[in-house]
Design a protein around this ligand. Structure first.
Ligand SMILES: [Zn+2]
Length: 169
């Protein structure tokens, strides 16, 4: 099932999501739906709050279907190590049509649980490291625009308010 993506302005995006405690069939269905919704929206990462589900779950595929082995499920993720800094253009499915440069760590290790509840660690660099940070932020109610300058953020919010008024958001 493809869920619509929740857009900036919805409070669920700025709410800290609740931990997952049940690793059951419902969770597996939700994960399938999240991958499906992410691909339908042409994204490489999706956090559960972005489909209106305030739970600590994210799915990532930085290869966008090219390499199924690189599909990643992060449940209750925590960033346990990060190093380096790199500034790259970043966007978010919940803030469509906007992109900004965001400085993030270059290399990030995340500790998370898989669909069965088993803990694992995964280290990513470049885009994957960025996805780990971006998606973990989502689960803490934080959007990438909190990492850009107040001036740029206010400008973006003004543009979004206009789009809301004209019914385009
Ligand atoms: Zn996002």
């Amino acid at each position: 099932m493809i869920y619509p993506i929740v857009k900036f302005g919805d409070p669920v995006l700025e709410t800290k999501a609740a931990p997952v405690t049940e690793f059951d069939a419902d969770l597996r269905k939700l994960l399938d739906d999240m991958f499906e919704s992410m691909y339908a929206a042409h994204g490489v990462g999706l956090a559960a709050p972005q489909i209106g589900v305030s739970r600590r779950i994210a799915v990532i595929d930085v290869t966008f279907k090219e390499d199924p082995k690189q599909k990643l499920v992060l449940i209750n993720p925590e960033i346990i190590h990060s190093e380096g800094r790199i500034s790259q253009n970043e966007g978010c499915l919940s803030i469509p049509e906007f992109r900004e440069n965001v400085t993030r760590p270059k290399k990030v290790t995340v500790r998370a649980q898989n669909a069965k509840g088993d803990f694992f660690e995964h280290t990513g660099e470049e885009l994957l490291a960025r996805a780990f940070c971006h998606e973990t932020d989502h689960l803490n109610g934080k959007l990438y625009i909190s990492h850009i300058s107040a001036l740029k953020r206010d400008l973006m919010k003004r543009k979004i308010r206009k789009l809301v008024k004209t019914g385009e958001w």
